[in-house]
Design a protein around this ligand. Structure first.
Ligand SMILES: Cc1cc2nc3c(=O)[nH]c(=O)nc-3n(C[C@H](O)[C@H](O)[C@H](O)COP(=O)(O)O)c2cc1C
Length: 369
């Protein structure tokens, strides 16, 4: 291995005492490939096995905790006990490659798809209109409490299925972020207090882990630092969230960024990188995962050199699932950073994901045909 990549292969011990073998994280990625009822399909298993090799922490695709939260066709479900056998196969597949298996817990809220949820009933904190989207129905107070319970039940299922942990999906505009956002949460009951829902979910998840899991069970939290809307989340609100999160018994925080080096839009020094602002605010109180448009060995080395302890790769791991292995074996020259539409192995992607990647121009870097 080239010495300059050495620090990526150092182990890291999380606050709960669990040691990750290296600093690579597989970013959670929706693949649209589970069975129509949300159970794990056979095509998902080789896909995730291939992407678990030489990775410390593997985070699965967003998995819906309630039927009302389903936001993608082919989304995996963790909403029913009947999902557990398939989830167990998924956890076993990841762990067999030597990675820690983390399932991402998700509810789409207003981003759920009418055709995929019972009675087309799309729910959210408030019935806020948004251009180009149907207006959701505001949740009743009891329904909000039920969704908190659903995250708890999903955690119990993750434990029963043998996962090493869960990641609470508080990012990318889904229900947890919707409750935290001044744009989407206009409630006047107690859930209008915007930090209440994210913190209630964390408390429920950690309560279930104490009850059914072990000390080694990992609980992480993913967040998005800013929203484009006004009013909307800015770095200022993100700092408030971080201050609350570091007080909770979490094992890592995971920022969701499309570009690791992007700068702040509002609520902080707009010349500063979001990742630096977040790192500074956290001040090493909890491990942070950074992510976003890292495609080469040197991109990853530069990201690690910022002092962020864990580095997630998303699209690059769709393109080249052997990224970490090649780095480990001193074969960084062989890293592939473009999807090749002519490749007959389809880069090991499931058929559905392969077709979506090819059709969605500009989403994943692709070789010109
Ligand atoms: C195909 C695809 C599916 C994604 N699905 C999820 C998801 O289920 N949960 C999530 O938190 N982020 C999801 N993301 C965002 C990624 O986790 C990651 O933050 C983003 O792609 C930036 O990292 P990258 O440049 O390494 O891909 C998805 C991204 C892609 C490309």
């Amino acid at each position: 291995m080239n010495e300059k990549y050495g620090s990526l292969f150092e182990s890291l011990t999380l606050p709960n005492g669990v040691t990750l073998k290296n600093r690579f994280v597989l970013a959670p990625m929706t693949h649209y490939s589970s069975n129509p009822d949300g159970t794990i399909s056979d095509q998902e298993l080789p896909y995730i096995a291939q992407r678990s090799k030489d990775i410390g922490l593997v985070i699965t695709a967003a998995s819906n905790v309630s039927d009302s939260g389903k936001a993608f066709p082919g989304q995996p479900s963790i909403a029913h006990d009947t999902d557990i056998p398939g989830l167990k196969k998924q956890a076993d597949t990841i762990k067999a490659e030597g990675a820690k298996a983390i399932i991402q817990l998700h509810h789409g809220g207003r981003e759920a798809v009418g055709d995929l949820v019972p009675n087309g009933d799309v729910v959210a904190p408030s019935a806020v209109e948004k251009e180009g989207a149907a207006t959701p129905r505001a949740l009743e107070t009891a329904e909000v409490e039920q969704i908190v319970e659903d995250f708890g039940e999903a955690t119990r299922r993750a434990i029963e299925a043998g996962f090493d942990g869960v990641e609470i999906h508080g990012a990318n505009g889904y229900i947890i972020q919707q409750f935290f956002s001044p744009f989407s949460n206009r409630r006047d009951d107690e859930w209008g207090e915007r930090l209440r829902f994210p913190l209630a979910i964390i408390d429920k998840v950690t309560e279930i882990v104490e009850k059914h899991g072990s000390k080694e069970f990992i609980v992480g939290y993913r967040f998005s630092p800013e929203e484009p809307e006004t009013p909307g989340l800015t770095m200022k609100e993100t700092f408030e969230l971080l201050d609350a999160l570091v007080e909770k018994p979490l094992d890592y925080l995971h920022v969701s960024l499309m570009d690791f080096h992007s700068t702040a839009r509002r609520g902080a020094d707009t010349n500063a990188k979001r990742i630096d602002l977040i790192k500074e605010r956290i001040n090493d109180r909890i491990p942070l995962i950074g992510v976003g448009s890292l495609y080469s060995a040197d991109d990853v080395a530069a990201a690690k050199a910022t002092g962020v302890p864990l580095i997630a790769l998303g699209r690059e791991m769709l393109i080249d699932p052997e990224f970490a292995t090649k780095l480990k074996e001193g074969r960084e020259d062989e890293i592939v950073s473009l999807i090749d539409p002519a490749r007959t192995d389809h880069h090991g992607l499931t058929e559905t994901l392969w077709n979506i990647v090819l059709q969605t121009k500009g989403w994943v870097p692709t070789k010109a045909e």
